[in-house]
Unconditional design. Structure first.
Lengths: 308, 369
């Protein structure tokens, strides 16, 4: 292509590229939260887990030189935060939402504190796979430089969908989420199931954080997440606790985040604040369309403190 | 002495005296030197606005007889008053640098009235006649350095398309965008600058998306006006575009892609201020300057900058240094075709009209609202 510019085609391309680039943290956090909520608990602290994951991944990658060790460290940090949440929530009369908010503040505060010396150095980044080798269009090639974490996230979604339906583990998690009494009657410890579900959820959220600091935008700083963890938790609700819908919703959010800058780059300059707010408008719209005063949310686990 | 007979009261008295003695001792030692307090709105090593100030503070630290206290991430609220009071009461600071724009009114003004013997130097250039005389506000005309960046960018671009990732359409940002574009068009009259506003000072994901969108549009040289340029610089370099930095020298982040950049030169200004205070001289309440006054500077040129670009940029820099050059020299037309500065009118750096800038000059693609 002789002309380096694509004109208006940049917008759909940027939304497509943005869907891939920006969606990964949403995807991991929402899938993790999906597991946790299906077991009957809400972990609002995933924003803190995401930021802690981003910080620890960057730190470990910087110190060890291996970004994959960073990803692992982020996952472990996330799992520890999940264990903390589940541990506190297993005490009698503890509200999981309040604990979540406390852990969100703890996670972000601790990450900012420990991450202070990490703002300046540059850590080793995760590699990208070039899926656009067949194309001559540099813009498309750039959009198709995809990180493995995104592919893993995309693969986890159907796997979870399948696991919830057909595996014993999936059934146990759902039982704990729908009726704790039934799970107990079957001879299982509800607290133990929820502990594991929250830890797995935290593990995934931590990995989502590692994507932020190690791939895109690709460095550690304090504005890195700016609420993506919380958005992803909300995303689970409108994805109706369905892992496949979590995937589509994450992609839609990623694309919506790219819309504002892309429109400005082709000269649509009026109302960019509105376009920048696109993800949030999308959330509100879907919430309004799907909510009804006559019934509870379809698909909501019965044991969740918001539905009980 | 029979230790068994030491009563708890004696022990307390003794240790209190000891503690008092050591505090007094410390105070006595502190009185011999001047303590300077620096307050930052963000993190000190952000490769951006706050790091520029911290580098200035580091230069002050090297002066003999000066002690520096610093606090970072102080929000632009009552919190800054508490920080100022604790720096004064606990550390004995006599000169304070609250470095963020929003600290000034009402917080710094209030503190300056409360501590009339101490000095307050605020970064932002907001002092007016009604404010306390022991407060001052300084700022730099960094658009001069942006103009030089623009010249270098104009020579370096192959597509003739430049990109600017900006936070908000406020006068200072618009002035930088316009100066950058005017500089670029001096080198390449056909060059255009595409601007994207992200909406806030620190939005890493938006900044990265803006960078990618600009490059998708064929932009090959980017610069920015956000708090931390690191995201833009790293992401642009990864896509093979060239960059001009902002706030501090970001060349270590992208040594091959870094052309030049507009930097603050607080490490020259702050020691100067401190020496003036120590010598008992008064710092003007309203202190401003550009390249000539050493308040801003231009990063060393990167290896990709051609000899022609270097020469042109150095010539213009020399004109700034002699004080005979005006960036905003009429006639200047905005990007909607309206004449904003009439022919024959030179708006020099000190011109208050420039502080009200609400337009983008011809050659900028974008809108202020």
């Amino acid at each position: 292509m002789a002309d380096a510019s694509l004109g208006l085609w940049t917008v759909p391309l940027a939304v497509f590229g943005g869907a891939i680039r920006v969606s990964t943290p949403f995807l991991f956090v929402s899938l993790g939260e999906c597991i946790t909520e299906r077991s009957g608990r809400i972990n609002l602290g995933l924003e803190g887990t995401l930021v802690m994951g981003a910080m620890s991944a960057y730190g470990i990658s910087y110190l060890s030189g291996s970004p994959w060790l960073g990803v692992l460290a982020a996952g472990i940090t996330g799992a520890l935060f999940g264990a903390l949440h589940a541990g506190i929530c297993s005490l009698p009369r503890v509200n999981d939402i309040a604990v979540g908010i406390a852990l969100m503040l703890l996670g972000t505060g601790l990450a900012f504190f420990l991450g202070k010396p990490l703002i300046e150095p540059t850590a080793a980044r995760l590699p990208a796979i070039d899926f656009g080798w067949w194309s001559d269009v540099p813009q498309l090639r750039a959009a198709l430089r995809i990180n493995v974490l995104f592919l893993i996230g995309v693969a986890i979604a159907p796997l979870l969908y399948w696991a919830f339906r057909t595996t014993r583990w999936g059934l146990l998690i759902r039982t704990a989420g729908e009726s704790a009494d039934a799970a107990r009657a079957m001879g299982h410890s509800v607290l133990l199931i929820r502990l594991r579900a929250t830890m797995v959820g935290g593990f995934l959220a931590g990995i989502g954080g590692s994507f932020l600091s190690l791939f895109y935008p690709g460095s550690w700083n304090e504005g890195l997440s700016s609420g993506q963890g919380i958005t992803a938790v909300a995303l689970v609700i409108f994805a109706r606790w369905d892992p496949m819908l979590c995937l589509w919703a994450s992609l839609a959010f990623g694309g919506a985040a790219a819309l504002g800058p892309a429109l400005q780059s082709v000269g649509v300059t009026s109302g960019y604040h509105l376009f920048n707010a696109a993800p949030y408008i999308l959330t509100l719209a879907i919430m309004i369309i799907t909510c009804s005063p006559k019934r509870t949310l379809t698909g909501a686990p019965a044991e969740l403190s918001i539905t009980r | 002495m029979d230790f068994g007979r030491i009563s708890r009261r004696h022990l307390l008295q003794g240790s209190a005296a000891l503690a008092l003695g050591s505090t007094l001792g410390a105070r006595g030692a502190a009185a011999a030197e001047t303590t300077v307090g620096f307050i930052y709105v963000g993190s000190r090593d952000d490769y951006g606005y706050n790091q520029a100030h911290a580098q200035g503070a580091a230069a002050v630290k090297k002066l003999p007889g000066i002690k520096v206290v610093e606090e970072e991430k102080v929000p632009e609220t009552d919190a800054v008053e508490k920080t100022i009071e604790s720096m004064i009461n606990l550390d004995g600071a006599t000169l304070l640098f609250p470095t963020s724009f929003g600290y000034y009114n009402p917080h710094v003004v209030k503190m300056a009235a409360k501590f009339p013997k101490l000095h307050f130097e605020h970064c932002g250039g907001l002092w007016s006649d009604k404010d306390p005389k022991n407060a001052g506000s300084y700022f730099g005309y960094i658009d001069e350095a942006q103009f030089i960046s623009g010249i270098v960018a104009g020579y370096s671009t192959k597509s003739g398309k430049l990109g600017f990732v900006a936070a908000k359409p406020i006068p200072q940002v618009l002035r930088n965008i316009n100066a950058f574009t005017l500089g670029a068009r001096l080198a390449n009259p056909k060059a255009t600058t595409q601007v994207i506003f992200t909406g806030d000072w620190s939005m890493p994901v938006k900044e990265a998306e803006a960078t990618n969108s600009l490059i998708d549009q064929g932009v090959d040289v980017l610069t920015c006006h956000v708090d931390g340029p690191k995201t833009m610089v790293e992401n642009a370099a990864r896509r093979g575009a060239m960059v001009c930095g902002y706030h501090v020298n970001q060349s270590p982040l992208a040594p091959k892609a870094y052309l030049t950049g507009a930097e603050w030169n607080w490490e020259a200004l702050y020691p100067k201020f401190v020496k003036m205070i120590v010598a008992g001289e008064a710092i003007p309440n309203f202190y401003r300057g550009g390249l000539k006054e050493e308040i801003v500077k231009v990063s060393p040129y990167g290896e990709m900058v051609s000899a022609e670009a270097r020469k042109h940029a150095d010539d213009v820099k020399a004109k700034f240094m002699s004080g005979e050059f005006a960036i905003f020299k009429g006639p200047i037309v905005d990007n909607k075709g309206k004449t904003v500065i009439a022919g024959g009118t030179d708006r020099g750096q000190q011109d208050p009209e420039l502080e009200k800038m609400d337009y983008l000059v011809e050659g900028v693609i974008g809108a202020t609202a």
